[in-house]
Design a protein around this ligand. Structure first.
Ligand SMILES: [Zn+2]
Length: 682
């Protein structure tokens, strides 16, 4: 093989350390070629398939956070690590880095609300839970006795020159917010025509209310949406009646119907009658729809302001009294411009208390270690893959209402199985490794990289001695031999390794720049650990119940596991540790992309305090230049109060590149103002 010599000459131009990489890769290549083995390592397809089958079986309940199935999957991985001879007595003698995380929300014991007229009438309209109002899981708990302000759609849209909060003070008040946005049936509307604009989602409106200082939010459904839904329901109901009429007419035409014919029509008429009953119930409900506790979305933080949904009928009397007209009329006025028509509801207050119980679950990262020996034994290479998935659906699923097991064979049953296989292959090197190799199956990835963020917060081995992190997420659907490796530009030496190895593995390789992305490697890269992320691409079963074992390409997984093992070995055995590089591709996470100006903050998902917590600031970014750093919690951006990631995103959109904005961060218990000059979107 000549060529390698060529590469040797080329590499000579770089640091010495690079040379050792090539030698390692080349030696491996020659050895395997001479022994005709495809790779230094030979993975087992059976082992891989059995692992995916176990992890993606219905018994594991889609490995949802808070399910027993996830625990079983974690125990299974731990048992495999033990069987392979990895060190597993790591956390009080166990392989589990256990911690508590929020898994969802349940309605708490106390949920009361009343609209109180404090004027001469002294009227109290008590709202009935489930009939007149519902607490929404997106909000927090709290007792309230607040003045009321109607703020239209609750939208602040700078580019569209529309702001429902302009000229009205909602600080420490409850705001009444209509769902959706102005001019929904106008294709030329500034709000994305007839499509829903980014201002419409509940979370976005709660952020906007919170930013403006509101202490509670009341949602109601806009009249336009009701008219649409009623129209549809009425059509469906009438259609069902027509179907029964037709069937009746047809039956009546039979002169002497047989018993069989009568029975058939009788059964059909029951079916059609039941359908009529169902559609008429839907129609009745659509006149003034109710939103259920989780109907506005499953998420939410305990620190959030209270959020309730109230039916229009329950608000009508107060609206008429305080606004002198009905809400539908105001809505039409707003839509004309569109022009905001926000108003205080003099003499009216919202009183009550709601409780949203955050459900929590004990979850665990599963860790196994192969120690190194020699002068570099205190340096660590991490190989990781998340083992959680979406459970029975809901948050994150592309079929959110389907209460079905999301088996997650590819996402990330494949990565977890490959992690076990890489461990099995590396275990053959037991006692010959220069650096320690740590295998981590992360939990909570689907909820925001929670497990890897937790590990990086409380690492088992120092992160400054963690020389690289190799991640696998969705490696089970190799198609046309296409493999994506992200992060090759996060260390000077990675390119050479991957190119060296791929001479043999011969994947159609896409090397994607950047250390940040939608998987656990991001948590490590934000701590300046060089990372590589292996991925076979997305597919139409992604985040659906149909991501099943039958579709897994086992041979593809086998080759990827072998390549990851060789990559890991090359890093573990190299003379010098990889030299960290700041990728030219900025954090795709918060503070970049779309039409938002670039900020450069890196989110810390393992934080539950109110505010937007940072894992760090991207190099040379506006955030870094302003002096922002890991551990800072943003609580204010300009005039906007910031309670979480959504608030920060929503507030940032109100600025443009070049704007100077004062950001207040909480640091060491103090509030520190920092001035940030925003950059153009990236
Ligand atoms: Zn995944």
């Amino acid at each position: 093989m000549k060529r390698p010599a060529l590469s040797l000459v080329l590499i000579g131009l770089f640091s010495l350390s690079a040379v050792s990489w090539v030698v390692a890769a080349e030696k491996e290549a020659t050895k395997s070629e001479s022994s005709k083995a495809v790779a230094t390592f030979s993975a087992s397809g059976d082992r891989l398939l059995n692992a995916v089958k176990y992890l993606a079986a219905d018994e594991q309940e889609g490995r949802g956070v808070g399910t027993k199935g996830l625990d079983r999957a974690g125990d299974y991985i731990a048992a495999q690590f033990k069987k392979l001879g990895l060190k597993t007595e790591l956390f009080d003698g166990k392989p589990f880095q256990t911690f508590t995380m929020q898994t969802g929300a349940e309605l708490g014991p106390k949920n009361e609300a009343a609209l109180v007229n404090t004027g001469k009438e002294g009227k109290k309209l008590v709202l009935k839970l489930g009939t007149d109002f519902n607490t929404l899981s997106l909000g927090g708990s709290g007792k309230f006795d607040l003045p009321l302000v109607f703020v239209g759609y609750g939208i602040t849209a700078k580019d569209e020159k529309y702001d429902d909060y302009a000229g009205i003070d909602v600080k420490d008040k409850a705001v009444i917010v209509m769902r959706h946005e102005p001019q929904q049936n106008n294709p030329h509307s500034a709000f994305n025509g007839t499509q829903t604009s980014p201002y419409a989602p509940y979370v976005r409106k709660i952020s906007n209310a919170y930013e403006h200082g509101a202490a509670a939010v009341i949602f109601l459904t806009d009249d336009y949406d009701i008219q649409q839904r009623v129209e549809q329901a009425r059509k469906r109901w009438l259609q069902a009646i027509d179907e029964l009429t037709e069937a009746t007419e047809k039956f009546k035409k039979i002169e002497k119907p047989t018993q069989a014919q009568t029975e058939e029509f009788r059964k059909e008429s029951i079916k059609l009658t039941e359908a009529i009953g169902r559609y008429s119930k839907t129609l009745e409900d659509e006149y003034d729809p109710m939103v259920t506790f989780k109907g506005a979305g499953p998420g939410g933080e305990s620190t959030r302001i209270p959020v309730i949904y109230v039916r229009r009928t329950a608000l009508a009397e107060m609206a008429q009294d305080a606004l002198g007209t009905d809400l539908a009329a105001i809505e039409r006025e707003i839509d004309k411009g569109p022009t905001p028509h926000s108003r205080e509801l003099k003499n009216w207050r919202l009183q009550g208390e709601v409780t949203v119980k955050r459900t929590e679950a004990q979850v665990k990262n599963v860790v196994g270690v192969l120690e190194g020996s020699g002068p570099k034994a205190d340096e660590t290479v991490v190989v990781g893959a998340h083992y959680d998935h979406l459970g029975y659906g809901g948050e994150g699923s592309f079929v959110p209402n389907a209460k079905e097991i999301h088996n997650g064979a590819d996402d990330n049953g494949s990565g977890s199985a490959a992690l076990l296989e890489v461990a099995a292959l590396m275990a053959q090197q037991q006692g010959k490794l220069s650096r320690r190799v740590v295998f981590i199956a992360f939990t909570g990835e689907e909820r925001g990289l929670i497990g890897s963020a937790r590990y990086c917060k409380e690492p088992l081995y120092p992160l400054d001695k963690t020389v690289a992190m190799v991640n696998m997420d969705m490696v089970g659907r190799l198609t046309d031999n296409k493999l994506i490796i992200q992060g090759v530009d996060t260390a000077k030496e990675f390119d050479v390794i991957i190119d060296g190895l791929n001479k043999r593995f011969d994947f159609k390789l896409t090397k994607q720049p950047g250390g940040f992305g939608p998987s656990d490697h991001s948590s490590f890269y934000s701590q300046k650990v060089p990372v590589m992320h292996f991925f076979t691409g997305t597919h139409k079963e992604y985040h659906r119940p149909s991501d099943d074992v039958e579709l897994i390409n086992v041979d593809g997984m086998k080759r990827i596991a072998e390549m990851v093992a060789e990559t890991t070995l090359a890093i573990a055995q190299a003379d010098a540790r990889p030299s960290y590089l700041e990728s030219k591709r900025p954090a795709a996470a918060m503070g970049g992309g779309g039409n938002r100006p670039y900020f450069g903050s890196i989110p810390d998902f393992a934080q539950n305090e109110p505010g937007y917590a940072l894992m760090g600031a991207a190099k040379d970014s506006p955030a870094e230049k302003a002096g922002m750093k890991a551990g800072d919690i943003i609580i204010k951006l300009g005039e906007s109060r910031i309670g979480n990631l959504e608030d920060f995103d929503s507030a940032l959109r109100k600025y443009k590149a070049g704007d100077k904005v004062v950001v207040v961060v909480k640091r060491g218990g103090k509030e520190v103002p920092l001035t940030v000059t925003l950059d153009p979107p990236r």
